[in-house]
Every structure is written in structure tokens, then in C-alpha cells.
Design a protein around this ligand. Structure first.
Ligand code: HEC
Length: 148
């Protein structure tokens, strides 16, 4: 599921974070400073990530497995990476991420493209497993980083 040992470590860290329960009072996430424009773009993109996952999940539930692939590829896959590339530096979220955080983001896009590949087979169980691969990156990054 994870392509590198480093990410496996990240996932383990995320699990520890979740197991102990992330509470406001003992928020141990790393604070990443980001200009307001980049933070706004990041949040809007995140809301769309969640929308895409909900759409994917409901397609899987309806047995429309092959249709879920293109949704993942378009909204979350490698092709969805670098959407803010042509914007000024202070509006580009990726440019303000520490390398480890950025790597989780890139691997998350890869996981979505992998999901799309698996979903194209039309087999639901492997697709569900690949969907977990996407979620793991959402959880890993959120468990480790915050921007406010
Ligand atoms: C590379 C890191 C990273 C990845 C991967 C990531 N997120 Fe986020 N996400 C963030 C950060 C940072 C925030 C802002 C947290 C804060 O406000 O401090 C955020 C915020 C959010 C929010 C709240 C948006 C708002 O309006 O405040 C949602 C919803 C969200 N993410 C969904 C997702 C989903 C779903 C995925 C997986 C498909 C995902 N994220 C993957 C870093 C990430």
C-alpha cells in the first residue's frame, strides 16, 4: 500500500496520534506557517478532496466501481497535482510545505491514481482496499501537521 518505508513510518506515527486521541489541549501536530492566500487555496482544495471521496464511496456502494476511477483520477490523482503552479508563490500551498509533508501529499495523489487503476477492473473489494490507501494519506498528514 505504501511505496516507501518512510511513509510506513509516517503511517505508524499517524496511528499513534489517533490512538492517543488528538485533543485541543495536547495538540502535538507540527504547525506549518503559510501565507493566507496559500492557506485559503489549501482549504478549498481540501473541501473538494472530501467531496470527491464521498462521491467515490457512493459510486462504490452503488456497484459503479469503474465509474469511481475517473472521479479519483480527476480530483485526487497525479493529474490533480500542482493546480496552483501558475499562481504567485504566496498562493501555492505545496511551496510552503516542509518536504516530508509535501511527500505525503504527492504519495496521496499517487494512491488516488493507483485507486483509479484498480477501479478500472470493476472489482469492488480491491477497489475498497485501494480507497483505504487514499484515506491513509489524508489521516497521516492531518495527524502530523496543522496550519493554524
Ligand atoms: C499533505 C498534507 C495533507 C493531505 C495529504 C491531506 N490534507 Fe486535508 N488538510 C491539511 C491541512 C494542513 C489542513 C488544515 C488544517 C488546519 O486548519 O490547521 C487540512 C484541512 C482539511 C479539511 C478542512 C478544510 C477547511 O475548510 O478548514 C478537510 C475537509 C480536509 N483537509 C480533507 C482532506 C481529505 C479528504 C484528504 C485526503 C483525500 C486530505 N485532506 C489530505 C493537509 C492535508
Amino acid at each position: 500500500m505504501f511505496r516507501s518505508l518512510k511513509l510506513l513510518g509516517v503511517a505508524a506515527l499517524a496511528t499513534v496520534g489517533l490512538a492517543s486521541g488528538v485533543q485541543a489541549a495536547d495538540d502535538t501536530r507540527i504547525a506549518v506557517a503559510m501565507p493566507e492566500a496559500a492557506a485559503r487555496n489549501l482549504r478549498l482544495e481540501m473541501v473538494d478532496n472530501l467531496r470527491a471521496l464521498a462521491e467515490i464511496q457512493s459510486l462504490l456502494a452503488a456497484g459503479k466501481v469503474a465509474e469511481a476511477g475517473p472521479v479519483a483520477e480527476k480530483s485526487l490523482g497525479i493529474g490533480a497535482m500542482g493546480r496552483h503552479r501558475s499562481e504567485p508563490m504566496d498562493a501555492r500551498p505545496g511551496a510552503h510545505m516542509p518536504p516530508e509533508m509535501h511527500a505525503i501529499g504527492v504519495e496521496g495523489h499517487r494512491a488516488a491514481s493507483e485507486f483509479a487503476r484498480v477501479a478500472a477492473t470493476g472489482e469492488r473489494d480491491p477497489a475498497l482496499s485501494a480507497l483505504t490507501g487514499i484515506y491513509n494519506h489524508c489521516v497521516a498528514c492531518h495527524s502530523i501537521y496543522r496550519i493554524r
